[in-house]
Design a protein around this ligand. Structure first.
Ligand SMILES: NC(=O)c1ccc[n+]([C@@H]2O[C@H](COP(=O)([O-])OP(=O)(O)OC[C@H]3O[C@@H](n4cnc5c(N)ncnc54)[C@H](O)[C@@H]3O)[C@@H](O)[C@H]2O)c1
Length: 251
């Protein structure tokens, strides 16, 4: 029997990058996976890569009605929900001085409101199913000071704090809430950030150098951690921030 057989999971931001890798990994371990993203075309492509039961649901995680409908659909089609991965997020490079208010609102909205709404709708459904796992996507930016990431760090710090508080709120209902703090992961997001610098290749080299193990983390390495947190093997892991960062926070 596969580790996640029988589990019904939602992954937000699953059309690309880390979310895509998580959706593929959960499915490869036997879970049914709902691929939720604003980008429906790429989400369909991910579904096409999965040799198992999937749902594709166009979802903007900043919209309460979208997230409610997403959870409602998974519950009505599959009879319940066991795992919610609140992965969707956007980043911005900048200091508190250079970041615009519009960038602030966008990052906080997708990262913090999106995670909040994901928990708001998924936790009751997971509780009704007899318990399960919520996995939020934080970052090492929540744990150490990174150059040029002021608002992104604030958003990821909020996710970490909300994870710990929610873990305590819902532990009695059998709902485990944890987060993952990746280092720099090689995804389309990183390509977008580096393309904004005068010398993208230098920016990429700086990102690699920031990682003590000398390379970017792979999306699959984050997905392996998500699969562990989704599984019953992590039954005593509650309110934790699982660092997968190549040693960044060890310094
Ligand atoms: N890449 C990294 O280095 C890194 C490091 C730490 C944490 N993270 C976090 O991991 C998560 C995934 O990052 P990634 O690098 O894979 O990004 P990505 O940009 O490659 O993929 C993000 C996905 O989220 C979707 N998305 C964006 N806004 C959305 C919204 N409002 N509703 C639904 N979907 C939305 C996008 O369409 C895209 O498919 C984010 O929360 C990010 O902050 C990334």
């Amino acid at each position: 029997m596969q580790r996640l057989e029988g589990k019904r999971a939602i992954v937000t931001g699953a059309a690309n990058g880390i979310g895509r890798a998580i959706a593929l990994r959960l499915a490869s371990e036997g879970a049914r996976v709902a691929i939720a993203d604003v980008n429906e075309e790429d989400a369909q492509e991910v579904a096409g890569e999965i040799d198992g039961e999937t749902l594709v649901h166009k979802t903007d995680v900043t919209r309460d009605g979208d997230v409610e409908a997403l959870v409602g659909r998974a519950v009505s089609e599959w009879g319940g929900l066991d795992v919610m991965v609140n992965n969707a997020g956007v980043g911005v490079a900048g200091t508190a001085v250079t970041t615009t208010e519009e960038e602030y609102e966008r990052v906080m909205d997708v990262c913090v409101r999106g995670t909040f709404l994901g928990m708001k709708h998924a936790i009751p459904a997971i509780k009704d199913a007899g318990g399960g796992s919520v996995i939020n996507m934080s970052s090492v930016a929540a744990l150490v000071g990174l150059v040029d990431r002021a608002v992104y760090s604030a958003a990821k710090g909020a996710i970490y704090s909300m994870t710990r508080a929610s873990a305590i709120d819902h532990v009695g209902e059998g709902v485990r809430v944890n987060c993952i703090a990746p280092g720099t992961v090689d995804t389309p997001w990183v390509a977008r950030i580096t393309s904004g610098y005068d010398d993208p290749e230098e920016a990429r080299a700086n990102m690699r150098a920031r990682q003590p193990h000398g390379r970017l983390v792979t999306p699959e390495e984050i997905a392996a951690m998500a699969a562990y947190l989704a599984s019953d093997e992590s039954a005593s892991v509650i309110g934790a921030c699982m660092v997968v960062d190549g040693g960044v926070t060890a310094r």
